[in-house]
Design a protein around this ligand. Structure first.
Ligand SMILES: Cc1ncc(COP(=O)(O)O)c(C=O)c1O
Length: 406
């Protein structure tokens, strides 16, 4: 039993069949939403349905697009924990600061959610060959899930993608290529190769199902906050599926009547000033973003100069009463060290950007002390050795140790 009614273009509203393979809207080349029969769902299910289900994103199966659970491709995704950061909260002037730690997921990032759904759905639709352009973590996640599903996988990534992302794809058996360009150039190659190699394009928002996986961040968060959503969510934004997916989750939960009365969170889209197309469009009041030239940031997941879902990100941010902003690239390593040394929580460079943004918004009075604020740690810091340039002091066992200097 499933509740998917159809697919629908996010821009022109054209409807598509959800039982056949689809990428973008053929008319306007924009992403497709998965639509559910929420009326029927509302009648058949309430929150108690979840009691006793395994602590995994699959507990929300009725709100997911897989028709037959036998097609689920899983690496035992866990519900990611929400940690309160008391020290950082006190330091920044916040009573309720939390991090939802996505680094605990398979392959060490939230990308596992999207790929768990995309690959399960690809399996259900009979697809056996998949390709993706990646800033890093999505490639690693797709390679792993494709391996588990027995699919042939192709990954295209900028040649300066973090080494661990390169190696995880290789280990998972994906045919992985380094490109002397950006993720947008990799995306073009995936598109060009499609008719020749016959692969399915799993690019961010160019197929409808990764976003459904990302949606589970919002579903989990709502359940973890006992259906009373936090006031503010800070999210590091590259292609935008995380933020868009969560906003979709909140709308669906609202339609189901599962949320307690109250406002939905203000969504804060955080970018580095090394690559800030969404923050720039937000500041200009535009609905579509202009390609960001010379994009460069160590937060590799944010190095997306042009996002096909730009208007979906900006619509969600504005509808929520939030903002999109960019903070200094140079501050990223400092925030990674600062947060981890205060809280023991290793955050990825993308999330470091959110801490910088939080400080800025608090200083501007745009977030209040008593508000409940959630930052997403979208990936494991351990995947980014390149972001930490510190070299440690060496002790030479052939010389007397200078204990005074230690
Ligand atoms: C660790 C990390 N954080 C954030 C992002 C950006 O995510 P989204 O594309 O959903 O905006 C990425 C994307 O690669 C990532 O790997």
């Amino acid at each position: 039993m499933h509740f998917v009614s159809h697919l629908e273009c996010a821009q022109c509203g054209q409807r598509y069949d959800a039982t056949t393979v689809q990428n973008l809207c053929v008319t306007c080349q924009r992403p497709l939403w998965v639509k559910y029969d929420l009326e029927a769902l509302r009648e058949k299910f309430d929150r108690r349905t979840l009691f006793g289900r395994p602590p995994s994103l699959w507990r929300y199966l009725e709100l997911l697009p897989v028709f037959d659970p036998a097609n689920i491709v899983s690496l035992a995704e866990t519900i990611t924990p929400v940690l309160q950061l008391k020290q950082m909260g006190a330091e920044l002037g916040l009573d309720h600061l939390y991090v939802k730690d996505e680094s605990r997921l398979p392959t060490g990032s939230f990308k596992a959610r999207g790929m768990a759904l995309a690959i399960s759905k690809a399996k259900e639709l009979g697809i056996s060959k998949v390709a993706v352009p990646t800033a890093g973590n999505a490639g690693g996640a797709m390679a792993a899930y494709a391996a588990r599903a027995g699919m042939e996988a192709y990954v295209f990534m900028p040649e300066d993608t973090p080494a661990i992302n390169q190696k995880e794809c290789y280990l998972a058996g994906a045919k992985t290529f380094l490109i002397n360009g950006l993720i947008t150039d990799c995306g073009k190659l995936v598109g060009e190769g499609k008719p020749i190699k016959g692969w399915f394009d799993v690019s961010t928002l160019k197929e409808p199902y990764r976003i459904e996986g990302k949606k589970t961040m919002g579903l989990e968060l709502a359940e973890q906050f006992d259906w009373q959503l936090p006031d503010v969510i800070l999210y590091p934004t590259g292609g935008g599926t995380g933020l868009i997916g969560m906003w979709k989750a909140f709308a669906e939960l609202e339609a189901l009547g599962w949320l307690k009365p109250g406002r939905k969170p203000r969504m804060i889209s955080c970018q580095s000033d090394g690559c800030a197309p969404i923050a720039t469009a937000f500041a200009r009041g535009d609905r579509f973003a202009v390609k960001f030239e010379n994009a460069a940031t160590i937060a590799s997941g944010l190095r997306v100069p042009a996002a096909v879902g730009d208007f979906m990100i900006l619509d969600a941010v504005r509808a929520s009463g939030g903002v999109a902003l960019a903070t200094p690239e140079a501050d990223i390593p400092g925030w990674m060290q600062h947060v981890c040394s205060r809280e023991g929580l290793a955050i990825c460079p993308e999330t470091a950007v959110c801490f910088s943004a939080l400080k800025q918004l608090l200083a501007e009075g745009k977030i209040g002390r008593a508000e409940r604020v959630v930052i997403f740690n979208t990936g494991a810091a351990q995947k980014y050795p390149e972001a930490v340039s510190e070299t440690l002091p060496r002790l030479d066992l052939n010389r007397p140790i200078d204990w005074a200097a230690i």
